[in-house]
Design a binder for this molecule. Structure first.
Ligand code: PEP
Length: 252
């Protein structure tokens, strides 16, 4: 079995003013500097207003920085939007696309997510492509079908294990404190990897990182991150505290 290096990614969402956001970033960077041999890659995705400051705060530490969204176009008349090229120009390495909050709040379809991921790749960024079923879909027995279909619709043709990370985030587990059981997480991750193999071939699927997201906390991280097809986590609430984020990172 291919050894995939886990990615522990913090999605700060719309949280953080200058003082606390920069202190959080500096705190994560200090942890990694003190313990550089941690067995995972670390990523923080602050709000756009803090990107430049966070990039400075973590410089030289090994902590990567990403945006939480990007526009599919490089530039133009798109008031309020930020392109992947701009994120890369600033020093970002990653960008999250298709988070369920973007799909819900901004009506983003799989096609939109795919266009954003394609733009991320063109700008040299790694796209963290989010998929996941709602509670109604799970209750209706549609979990596998929904995730397969979102993956097929959101994954760009040029996706590789190097430029793409998949994040499985069951919508019912995001910010709810209700976490997927290890069995629930593993079975969906395995379905996603099998679908990746069908789309891209088994070699790419074996090397692609699939993150779990949804109420991942220090006290449940160890068992979820130990699952064979879980290659790290996308973390919301617990990424806002240095100690919690670090505790999850050291569980990986
Ligand atoms: C997320 O925002 O991607 C997320 C998983 O949030 P939380 O960890 O707070 O559930």
């Amino acid at each position: 079995m291919t050894k995939r290096r886990p990615l522990i990614a913090g999605n700060w969402k719309m949280n953080g003013l200058k003082a606390d956001g920069l202190a959080l970033a500096a705190g994560v960077a200090a942890k990694l500097k003190a313990e550089p041999n941690v067995a995972c890659d670390l990523l923080v995705c602050p709000p756009f207003t803090l990107l430049a400051g966070v990039i400075d705060a973590v410089a030289g530490s090994g902590v990567a920085v990403g945006g939480q969204d990007c526009h599919a176009k490089v530039s133009g008349a798109h008031t309020g939007d930020t392109s992947a090229t701009m994120l890369a120009d600033l020093g970002c390495k990653y960008v999250i696309v298709g988070h369920s909050e973007r799909r819900t709040d901004h009506g983003e379809s799989d096609a939109v997510v795919k266009a954003k991921a394609t733009a991320a790749h063109a700008a040299g960024l790694i796209a963290v492509v989010c998929i996941g079923e709602t509670l109604a879909q799970r209750d209706a027995g549609q979990t596998f079908e929904v995730n397969r279909s979102q993956l097929r619709g959101s994954l760009p043709e040029d996706a590789t294990a190097a430029n793409t990370v998949i994040a499985y985030e069951p919508v019912w587990a995001i910010g709810t404190g209700r976490v997927a059981t290890p069995a629930q997480a593993q079975e969906v991750h395995a379905v996603i990897r099998a679908e990746l193999a069908a789309i891209q071939g088994p070699a790419v699927a074996e090397r692609t990182r699939i993150l779990y997201g949804g109420s991942l906390k220090p006290d449940n991280a160890k068992e979820l991150l130990a699952l064979p097809d879980v290659d790290g986590g996308l973390i919301g609430g617990a990424a806002l505290k240095v100690e919690d984020f670090w505790a999850i990172a050291t569980s990986a």
